[in-house]
Design a protein around this ligand. Structure first.
Ligand code: CP
Length: 313
């Protein structure tokens, strides 16, 4: 059973709500178990029976390709039965509230719910009221815990240590649940983290997010000696002011091949996806040897298998 905020205060159900409440040992255990689930080169994920007889509902109130599909694959590879629901095709579109939707689903007795929602804290709120494990698949601008875990697994796979790692996270930090979860995870291991982007997307208070975090508004400064460059999507759907044009953004904060020379020679380029070529990074970077973007996607399955196995023993 996972600890921290994973145990809901009022009920006995456990889930995965965020990285902030996980300790280092819990993170390490998930990452190590994910390694066990990774397929050998050229092979696919093994089909196991660990979760045979379990029913998992994947409830997505926001669009998703990577997270939704990889949760579903992870669940099926572990032998679970799954139902996936997109809010647009559910009774949410007829005005049903979040609580009523979740109570309706819980009445059908699934064993766990994987949920993505546009409101920060939505899974925490539900976990306090429902006697069922909730796995946060991304809540508003708050956290995306399984993304940070798969990112860490990808970094480790490249032979890098998280201790003392120099990570430049570049882009729309203000709206990024991926950045927040990664900052909480990497800071547990003493990483040196630079958050960089336009001042409107990198507010000063982010410096206080965790130990080891500093801010930069000049991309070249952020990239210097980086072990890992983590690019982020510009989340136009969460911005209320007129955004920079794609061209203007790319000029100042888009990652291009010549930038890589500023970082360590074995730097890796990450992006949680979906990527916007020509805004956040150039195609030649996205498709370069330094890019591990598809390795991140691949690791999404192994990490989510590890999380599901711990939550549903
Ligand atoms: N990284 C990520 O969350 O991607 P999706 O929005 O496609 O799930």
């Amino acid at each position: 059973m996972l600890r921290g905020l994973l145990t809901t205060p009022s009920k006995s159900a456990c889930g995965l709500l965020d990285i902030e409440s996980l300790d280092r040992a819990e993170i390490e255990a998930i990452l190590e178990r994910a390694r066990y689930f990774q397929p050998a080169p050229g092979e696919t994920y093994r089909r196991l029976e660990t979760l045979r007889g379990k029913m998992i509902v994947n409830l997505f109130f926001e669009a998703s390709t990577r997270t939704r599909v990889s949760f579903e694959i992870a669940e099926r590879r572990l032998g679970a039965d799954t139902v996936s629901i997109a809010a647009q095709t559910s009774s949410v579109s007829k005005g049903e509230s979040l609580v009523d939707t979740l109570n309706t689903l819980v009445a059908m007795r699934p064993d766990a719910i994987v949920m993505r929602h546009s409101a920060s804290g939505a899974p925490h709120f539900l976990a306090r009221h429902l006697q069922i494990p909730i796995i946060n698949a991304g809540d508003g601008t708050h956290e995306h815990p399984t993304q940070a875990l798969l990112d860490a697994r990808t970094i480790l796979d490249r032979g890098k240590s998280l201790e003392g790692l120099r990570v430049a996270i570049i882009g729309d930090i203000a709206h990024s649940r991926v950045a927040r979860s990664n900052v909480h995870l990497l800071s547990r291991f003493g990483a040196d983290i630079v958050l960089c982007g336009p001042p409107s997307l990198v507010p000063r208070e982010l410096e206080n997010l965790a130990p080891g975090v500093r801010l930069a508004y000049d991309m070249k400064e952020a990239l210097r000696n980086a072990d890992v460059i983590m690019m982020l999507r510009v989340q136009l759907e969460r911005q209320h002011e007129a955004p920079m044009s794609a061209g203007e953004y790319f000029r100042f904060y888009g990652l291009r091949l010549e930038h890589l020379a500023l970082a360590k020679s074995d730097v890796i380029v990450m992006h949680p996806g979906p990527i916007n070529r020509g805004r956040e990074l150039s195609s030649d970077v996205a498709d370069s040897q330094r890019s591990v973007i598809l390795n991140q996607v691949e690791n999404g399955v192994a990490v989510r298998m590890a999380v599901l196995e711990r939550i549903l023993p």
